[in-house]
Design a protein around this ligand. Structure first.
Ligand code: HPA
Length: 253
């Protein structure tokens, strides 16, 4: 049997519609995941949940053990992953509260363990990463959003920054010149590690603020971000619930 996993980001440390069956701490050759894997059912479908920043939201983006998280999920027979992420909006369509299903990534992170392919190699291994997200899972997410009338954006370039600080306005200008539409701190190396393990992976991003220097603001209000997270994550949970049956029946994994 293979499972679908949900990796929860900021604002999603718990799924209240998940009927928990058990929790399992998986030890991995790469160290400890962000917390025990939570197994359960949503509308009778088997799901594994993991809070990326830990269940108490204590692990900052640059300290997350992405390799342990992905390896642990693979090890319990997860084959598909929906990664939930709170992001900043850069381009005009990406205002706060917007749901976005990105289709591309630019990686600006550094100093993170970003591959499984580095030790004891019998040959050098590369992955194709032309299309970093699963088209099939993206489509299910988009169709589900449409059925809920959530007006999600189909396709965006996710700029993955190092954090934990937010960007300067000049950095956001550079991200836009590079072609980024949204900015977050956890999209990489998570997506690449999923591909290395042959896991089908797509992201559901919730915009919780205009990125630095955008939206007519002189600074980013952390309180506004919190408010946006709360209201937005309710919609994300609805979207996940609606999408799960379709994702379970995706055949590519
Ligand atoms: N920048 C980077 N990461 C983020 C932001 C942002 O503006 N908002 C939420 N996560």
């Amino acid at each position: 049997m293979s499972f679908t996993a949900i990796i929860g980001g900021t604002g999603l440390t718990k799924l209240n519609n998940l009927e928990i069956t058990h929790k399992e701490m998986v030890s991995t050759p790469y160290g400890t995941p962000s917390g025990p894997l939570t197994f359960g059912k949503i509308c009778d479908l088997d799901v594994v949940f993991l809070a990326r920043h830990g269940y108490q939201h204590t692990i900052p983006p640059h300290m997350i053990n992405y390799r342990a998280n992905l390896w642990a999920l693979k090890n319990v027979d997860v084959s598909k992953i929906i990664a939930v992420a709170a992001v900043g909006g850069i381009t005009s369509e990406m205002g706060p509260e917007r749901l976005v299903i990105p289709d591309q990534i630019i990686d600006y992170t550094y100093g993170r363990s970003q591959t499984f392919f580095e030790d004891d190699l019998s040959f050098v291994t590369h992955i194709d990463f032309t299309r970093p997200y699963s088209d099939e899972i993206r489509k299910v997410l988009l169709d589900s959003a449409e059925s809920l009338k959530f007006d999600a954006v189909d396709g965006a370039v996710y700029g993955a920054t190092q954090g934990p600080r937010l960007e300067t306005a000049a950095e956001v200008n550079r991200l836009e010149r590079d072609g980024c539409d949204i900015v977050g701190m956890t999209g990489m190396p998570e997506a690449a590690l999923a591909r290395e393990l042959d896991l089908e992976y797509a992201a559901c991003a919730l915009v919780i603020n205009w990125a630095a220097g955008r939206g007519g603001q002189t600074e980013i209000s952390l309180q506004e971000m919190e408010k946006c997270l709360e209201s937005g994550m309710t919609r994300v949970k609805q979207l996940l619930e609606t999408a799960l049956p379709g994702i379970e029946s995706c055949t590519t994994a």
